[in-house]
Ligand binder design. Structure first.
Ligand code: FE2
Length: 237
């Protein structure tokens, strides 16, 4: 029998408050009324589901979606999607999106004065294998300025979205890179009170999976629920 009070204590500080004023957007986005729990029936738990058939050949290779190579440092990102008991979550849909090497998103609301890369869209997706593993190839995203406060810059990061068995189980987080000096200055990163939980969002340089003379690799495991869980955010840029 699990002692829920123990679990509650253990995960305290691992999730940010919805209302975190240093992250200015959270002021307007955070709920003002208590959340309403909707009843979950078999329908919500089992479907509708995303379309597995929509995964295309180069969806897990963000460097191969155009005619030429994108500018930037090639990287592999890999890891496991696990449940709280360490069991692999197979067939989970992992979607990623990111800025290009110059810190610019290919999106109409991104007006940062940095070049777009004609060979980089910045979005990919894949399904985890039977062992819960995922892997994709990309280029390392650059930091970018945002309007949160004076001289605000986001540390380099990749956005992740995960779907489990049902469409209601979507979880969203961000992966960071080790040694980035912008992390201590970032309100989104620092909205997580617990340092160990924050550091679980920082990937690990993985020289075992790096390919000599070609690309470095970063490892980022994602744990769904429980004491070792990855921070999940409700909404973010
Ligand atoms: Fe971002």
């Amino acid at each position: 029998m699990i002692d829920l009070s123990t679990v509650e204590t253990a995960i305290q500080g691992t999730q940010p408050d919805y209302h975190f004023p240093p992250y200015v957007s959270s002021i307007a986005r955070s709920p003002r009324l208590p959340l309403v729990l909707l009843p979950e029936t078999l329908t919500e738990r089992t479907g509708p589901v995303f379309g597995h058939g929509l995964i295309r050949e180069h969806d897990n290779d963000l460097t191969a979606q155009h005619d030429g190579d994108p500018i930037g440092e090639r990287i592999f990102v890999h890891g496991r999607v696990l449940d709280e008991d360490g069991r692999p979550l197979r067939g989970a849909l992992v979607e990623v999106w990111q800025a290009n090497a110059a810190g610019r998103y290919r999106h109409k609301v991104d007006q940062h004065d940095a070049p777009l890369d004609p060979n980089f869209s910045g979005a990919g997706r894949l399904l985890t294998g039977d062992d819960g593993r995922y892997r994709f190839k990309s280029i390392k995203p650059g930091p970018y300025p945002w309007k949160n406060h004076h001289n605000a810059w986001r540390p380099a990061h990749i956005h992740f979205s995960l779907f489990g068995a049902g469409i209601l189980s979507r979880l969203v987080t961000q992966m960071y890179f080790p040694g980035d000096p912008l992390q201590p200055l970032d309100p989104i990163f620092n909205s997580i009170p617990d340092e160990a939980a924050r550091m679980r969002l920082v990937s690990r340089l993985d020289m075992q999976r790096a390919e000599p003379d070609y690309a470095l690799a970063y490892e980022f495991d994602i744990v769904l629920r429980g004491r070792g869980d990855t921070l999940f955010e409700e909404k973010h840029r």
